[in-house]
Design a protein around this ligand. Structure first.
Ligand SMILES: *[C@@H]1O[C@H](CO)[C@@H](O)[C@H](O)[C@H]1NC(C)=O
Ligand SMILES: *[C@@H]1O[C@H](CO)[C@@H](O)[C@H](O)[C@H]1NC(C)=O
Ligand SMILES: *[C@@H]1O[C@H](CO)[C@@H](O)[C@H](O)[C@H]1NC(C)=O
Ligand SMILES: *[C@@H]1O[C@H](CO)[C@@H](O)[C@H](O)[C@H]1NC(C)=O
Length: 776
């Protein structure tokens, strides 16, 4: 699995990913998870453990060999992880008492201002009495478990100021290892464990010298620290990156407790997060007493069926224990069908922008001012002008100008560049590396211009010099000024953090999109949350970028990705769990989805980066509205039987179902369709004539209330709901209704509509997503 973060600071990993592609064929799985799927009774643990060794010895030839090969014996799954040859794996899979043998697959790892943007506090940091934060006491009694790259315990975001005693039910701990242990933990950071055996079985021993990582829950990557502090970081005033985005950093549930389960590791093969380690983390997290799992990692399509997907199995186990799992949708957007982490028992999170921008300006000698973006805190004397040069006219001796124009490593002539602002063209090398090359050659600033094919899309990067990125058109103005002027000059004004930018949110271009390629009739992602330029705590074990020579370490870093949007929802889920301890994971997701907003801060429908209006494939139900989610009126709950019927609807065998659930289930003769899972959205991907779908809502609003439905049918489709009125006379009362969807004309592609239950106070909205079968 890979961490799902954006472009910044991941250059090194990107390079390594390329290497790993070439090496991939040589890296066939060396280890497997073997499932027996008997009932979950921990009293049988000792007997079971013996049985596992006996079973493994039977294929390994000896008990000693079995002991050496065994990686994990899980406590809550009747399963173990072990090294095996493919032949041994096949032998085990044939056994009657084994329900499946799953390869140890690799998954990849996929803020201050963002909370105000979500309406949890005002611009002055004041929190309203009716906000989810106040109502939930900032999530103080809830534990968020992060499956990630670990945690940097010294961060101010993990201070336990203002927190009461650790919840009595907590059974976890901070496991001793490299520079980590109980002495690094407190009433905020209450757990830290590491799971490495599955990784080492595949990629060899962790080399701490080569990777700079720690054999412990300590985070050398930064990703885990960032996600943990976004989900549950305490109030940390004065947090900023290189002086930018200065403010009080805090998480989605600022007083929630944090437990770090380190499952992602670096290596020269690219590193990653392995199934057997992930399952071990879920296994222990459930035992420890985690309330919400936050999982910012995944594997892009093609997606494995749920019974082969460690994240799906682990999170189903969490669900069986009443624990919510929140996961990132992936960074493979905007192409259709790119969404990952699609089990209907997870909350799947897309990413979008917030209303903050990092603006910088260059003033040319003719007083023409050009606006761009930057994340650097470095400044020039803005009263002064400096000589300006096109990098194309400053190639190092023997270097072609067609290379130096991109400011590639070693391509610039120090004689010509020294003391000047240099104009570089985007392309070929990493954006931040260009300002690094200008700095190495003695330059004092950089203007990075988009090439024609890059258009207007700008990125704010942590450059090494006073620098900014400008659009293609604006770049042309700079180049033309240089060409037309004998002694061109310019100055770069300091980067400013600008708030109130409109429109926001805008769905991030990288955010993975539906349709769901595994279960087409369950829409994913479910929801969108802030995921661009998110400021949160970081590791101090590495610099802000991975460029050799970068030694700028920061306590807080700004990064982008669905990895960053996921923990926003984890924090919100933790607060909701604190406010409504009896709500199921399905109820929490329902509250988040049916109360989401579809409008941006310009009161228009939320758009994508391309400016077209986003559909539920991009934003799911919309942008999270935490204060409304606290009090949704009605919820769509899902029972265990519903999930079993769902597996039957997918055509899963008894063994498949046992692998996921640990239980035997007899599918009914008349299997309900996938669309009938009581989800807060409705998807019908192959509508022929008409289809009837059942839904059931539970009253959690006013004891006595009458809800009326309003429907916006998708174009070419007619939607009818009966009964159109639901009367409740008590809380927890359930009412069912029928949604009849009828084809009127061929829709060719997907079409979208909504239905909303309202009682005058509450408004409970669901998306309808339909594609008709073409008439033959
Ligand atoms: C770890 O990496 C370093 C640096 O590449 C190398 O010198 C060392 O031999 C490696 N150690 C092991 C145990 O592989
Ligand atoms: C950040 O803000 C705090 C409080 O407003 C202020 O004291 C501090 O100097 C600021 N830091 C930077 C780097 O701007
Ligand atoms: C640019 O503006 C400054 C200050 O307003 C002025 O002194 C200078 O003459 C202007 N330069 C040009 C080339 O217009
Ligand atoms: C520089 O590169 C361009 C494009 O690749 C090529 O057309 C040109 O001949 C090269 N010039 C020299 C001096 O090598």
């Amino acid at each position: 699995m890979s961490l799902l973060s954006g472009t910044m600071g991941r250059l090194f990993l990107l390079c390594l990913t390329l290497i790993s592609v070439f090496l991939a064929p040589a890296l066939a799985s060396q280890s497997y998870v073997v499932y027996m799927g008997a009932p979950l009774q921990s009293s049988l643990q000792v007997t079971r453990t013996n049985q596992h060794y006996v079973m493994l010895s039977s294929v390994m030839g000896s008990e000693l060999a079995a002991e050496e090969a065994m990686l994990y014996i899980y406590k809550n799954f009747n399963a173990f992880a072990t090294k095996l040859t493919p032949e041994q794996a096949a032998l085990l899979a044939e056994r009657e008492d084994v329900v499946s043998v799953v390869p140890n697959k690799k998954y990849q790892l996929h803020t201050t201002r963002s909370w105000e943007f979500l309406g949890l506090e005002d611009a002055f940091g004041n929190v309203a009495d009716d906000s989810l934060w106040k109502k939930s006491n900032y999530g103080e009694d809830v534990v968020i478990g992060l499956l990630d790259s670990g945690v940097w315990p010294e961060s101010k975001s993990f201070s336990d100021t203002g927190l009461g005693p650790i919840p009595a039910s907590w059974k976890g701990k901070c496991e001793t290892g490299d520079q980590f242990g109980p002495e690094y933990c407190n009433k905020k950071l209450i757990g830290g464990k590491y799971f490495l055996k599955g990784f080492e079985a595949e990629e060899g021993p962790l080399n701490t010298t080569e990777t700079g990582d720690y054999r412990s829950a300590r985070d050398s990557d930064g990703h885990g620290t960032h996600t943990a502090s976004t989900a549950g970081g305490n109030f940390a005033p004065g947090a900023n990156t290189l002086g930018l985005a200065n403010g009080t950093a805090k998480g989605g549930a600022p007083h929630a407790r944090i437990a770090a389960y380190k499952v992602c590791w670096p290596s020269i093969f690219g590193g990653g997060c392995y199934t057997s380690d992930i399952l071990a983390a879920f296994d222990e997290g459930v035992e420890d007493g985690v309330n919400v799992f936050s999982v910012s990692l995944g594997s892009d399509p093609p997606l494995d069926p749920f019974f082969l997907d460690g994240l799906a199995i682990g999170s189903f186990h969490a669900l069986q224990n009443g624990i919510t799992t929140v996961a990132s949708a992936g960074n493979a957007g905007p192409s259709p069908g790119s969404v990952s982490n699609v089990p209907p028992w997870m909350i799947t999170v897309a990413a979008s922008s917030i209303d903050r921008d990092f603006r910088a300006f260059v003033v040319l000698g003719d007083n023409v001012t050009v606006q761009g973006k930057s994340l650097t805190g470095e400044k020039l004397d803005e009263q002064k002008f400096y000589p300006l040069i096109d990098a194309a006219s400053a190639p190092a001796p023997g270097v072609n100008a067609s290379l130096s124009m991109f400011c590639l490593p070693g391509s610039l002539d120090e004689e010509k560049v020294k003391g000047k602002i240099v104009a570089c063209l985007r392309g070929i090398s990493a954006r931040v590396d260009k300002s690094f090359q200008v700095k190495l050659a003695g330059g004092i600033g950089m203007i990075l211009s988009n090439a024609k094919q890059n258009g207007n899309k700008l990125m704010a990067d942590p450059h090494f010099l006073p620098s900014l990125m400008v659009t293609y058109e604006d770049g042309q103005k700079v180049y033309k000024y240089i060409e037309a002027t004998k002694n061109p000059i310019a100055t770069i004004l300091p980067t400013k953090t600008v708030l109130g930018v409109k429109p926001a949110p805008v769905l991030s271009a990288f955010s993975s999109q539906g349709p769901n390629t595994l279960v087409i009739d369950i829409n994913k992602p479910d929801i969108t949350a802030p995921g661009e330029y998110i400021l949160a705590a970081y590791t101090e074990a590495r610099a802000i970028t991975d460029l050799p020579g970068d030694n700028r370490k920061v306590k807080y870093n700004i990064i982008s990705g669905t990895s960053m949007s996921c923990p926003h929802i984890s924090g919100v889920s933790a607060s909701l769990k604190s406010l409504h301890p009896n709500w199921s994971p399905a109820a929490i997701r329902s509250a988040i989805m049916t109360t989401a907003s579809q409008k941006d801060n310009a009161e228009e429908a939320i758009t994508e980066a391309s400016a077209k209006v986003s559909t539920p494939f991009g934003v799911g139900s919309g942008f999270v509205n935490p204060n409304r989610a606290a009090d949704p009126g009605l919820i769509y709950d899902i029972s265990f039987t519903d999930y079993f019927n769902f597996f039957c609807a997918l055509g899963y065998t008894k063994k498949n179902i046992k692998t996921i659930t640990g239980q035997s289930f007899e599918c009914p003769e008349d299997v309900p369709k996938v669309s009938n899972l009581n989800y807060p959205s409705i998807t019908v991907s192959e509508l022929a004539g008409s289809q009837e779908i059942m839904r059931t809502v539970t009253n959690v609003g006013s004891p006595s209330s009458i809800y009326k439905v309003s429907i916006i049918s998708p174009p070419g489709v007619m939607v009818e709901i009966s009964p159109p009125t639901l009367s409740f006379s008590a809380l927890e009362e359930k009412k069912s209704f029928k949604v009849k969807i009828t084809k009127v004309s061929d829709t060719k592609d997907y079409v979208f509509g909504t239905y909303t239950w309202s009682d005058g106070t509450y408004s409970v909205r669901s998306s309808i997503i339909v594609k008709t079968l073409a008439a033959s």
